[in-house]
Design a binder for this molecule. Structure first.
Ligand code: SF4
Ligand code: SF4
Length: 458
């Protein structure tokens, strides 16, 4: 048992009161062996974004590991106060990178979240909000149904009025955060125009599958178009299974175990019989979960093997291209040198250990000068739907991240994750800045096509 000072993790009372709280159940509780690997050194604290903002031990990796242990051993109740400490974790995995003892906090929080969802009774507003998110975000067709009224809401001036009155924040800070995150809805959001197979340009080197993502294909479809053009220009035939849905990353990161498994099975089925060299993804949160399919479906004897095979083929597009090498000719994006800063997404950097490859690719574009921000490894606060569920902490992290990116003096921000893109774009707007945020695939695409940034308004 860890020995850390606690302020609000009151142990179970030996004399039960009217209010009693549940514990973890027997289905995959956090592994005691992984918990015991923590030697309480505290090295992880300074790199933990929730600890940075909230400043409490129980909102740090070490504190949460203590709580997991206490709940496991039935010494700490799974009360709303304790759940809030688990909920405040962004799942950014910076602590996994930092920990000198190799503590697998990723596995621990992954086991804890479904326990919380099964055993903790959330308040009605929290439950309804989560139901709304999990029943719409992972389903592009359902999201599309909402787009028309939302588009009308944006165009009619109602959005402006709601924002200026500020009553939504009084009503529900989470709903207000969701509203604030709503990107501009373009006509492209209503269709999936990419065909099932797109041939390689010139000699074919590889045959790869592409995941479209559920939120990205609606709110930033240009990234998928650019990814296809970059892949085909570099000798890849691109296969896009038309029946593909969500990969389950969003639900996985929030402990919705059964839904995640269903989405994972459906995705695996949609890629059946495609004979691919690699399965490509261009959003880091999705990439991290796809690589975890082996463990997500480990309990399923019918899918276990297929899931592991599927996961072994998954590559982030930057990882893949850096590995196979670019063959397409690259041109400068502007006449003068272009200073840009690459923003590391947590599930890319900490979750998949990919940091060198995006920089290598960007540096191949003639005239690009890459800058590094301070606190590059600190989360921007997006973290899937964290910026909706925990808006206060996310606000502060978004503010800090944008300030750090701007301090580099870069004239463009490269970001390879849809969540970070939305969060950073919004905070740039809040700070009155017009620095463009583009996916590295968009930059490579322009460079391959010989398109200058000023011609596309970036
Ligand atoms: S750095 Fe690792 S061992 Fe040290 S307190 Fe954090 S999780 Fe525990
Ligand atoms: S995953 Fe991120 S937010 Fe959660 S404990 Fe680790 S460093 Fe902190």
């Amino acid at each position: 048992m860890l020995n850390v000072e606690l302020q609000d993790a009151t142990p179970h009372s030996p004399h039960p009161t009217a209010q009693s709280f549940p514990s973890f159940d027997a289905h995959n509780p956090p592994d005691a062996k992984l918990i015991d690997a923590c030697v309480h050194c505290g090295f992880c604290l300074s790199t933990c974004p929730s600890y940075r903002v909230i400043g409490k031990e129980m909102d740090s990796p070490r504190g949460r590991i203590y709580l997991m242990d206490g709940v496991n051993e039935d010494q700490i109740p799974l009360s709303p106060a304790i759940v809030q400490h688990f909920d405040s974790c962004l799942g950014c995995l910076a602590c996994v990178t930092t920990c000198p003892s190799g503590v697998r906090y990723d596995k621990l929080i992954e086991a804890t979240r479904p326990q919380v969802e099964r055993n903790h009774a959330r308040s009605l507003p929290d439950k309804l909000l989560r139901r709304l998110i999990f029943s719409t975000f992972p389903y592009p067709d359902r999201l599309r149904l909402l787009l028309r009224p939302l588009g009308l809401y944006q165009k009619s001036g109602l959005q402006k009025m709601v924002r200026s009155l500020g009553f939504l924040k009084q009503l529900s800070p989470q709903l207000a955060a969701m509203e604030a995150m709503l990107p501009k809805i373009s006509p492209q959001a209503f269709q999936d125009p990419l065909p099932a197979v797109i041939p390689a340009q010139g000699k074919q080197r590889y045959r790869v599958g592409l995941l479209l993502g559920c939120v990205q294909r609606l709110f930033n479809p240009e990234v998928n178009d650019a990814t296809v053009r970059v892949l085909t220009a570099n000798g890849c035939e691109v296969v896009i299974p038309q029946a593909q849905g969500c990969c389950g990353a969003l639900t996985h990161h929030q402990g919705q175990e059964a839904q995640t498994q269903t989405l994972a099975r459906q995705l695996i089925d949609s890629f059946a019989d495609t004979s691919l060299d690699a399965i490509i993804i261009n959003a880091s949160g999705c990439g991290h979960s796809l690589k975890e399919y082996g463990s997500i479906l480990d309990d399923d004897p019918h899918y276990r093997e297929q899931a592991a095979t599927f996961a072994s083929k998954v590559k982030d597009v930057q990882e893949f291209l850096a590995d196979v090498g670019l063959t397409a000719k690259l041109s400068p994006l502007q006449d003068e040198p272009l200073t840009l800063v690459y923003q590391d997404a947590c599930h890319m950097l900490h979750g998949q250990k990919i940091s060198v490859q995006p920089r290598q690719l960007l540096k191949q574009i003639p005239g690009v000068r890459l800058r590094e921000p301070i606190d590059a490894a600190l989360c921007c606060g997006s973290a899937g739907v964290y910026n909706i569920l925990q808006p206060d902490v996310a606000e502060e992290l978004g503010r800090q991240k944008v300030e750090n990116l701007l301090h580099t003096g870069a004239s463009l921000i490269a970001s390879a994750n849809i969540g970070c893109f939305v969060q950073i774009s919004r905070h740039l707007q809040l700070q009155g800045k017009t620095v463009p945020v583009l996916h590295p695939m968009q930059l490579l695409d322009y460079s391959i096509q010989g398109i200058k940034l000023d011609a596309v308004g970036s």
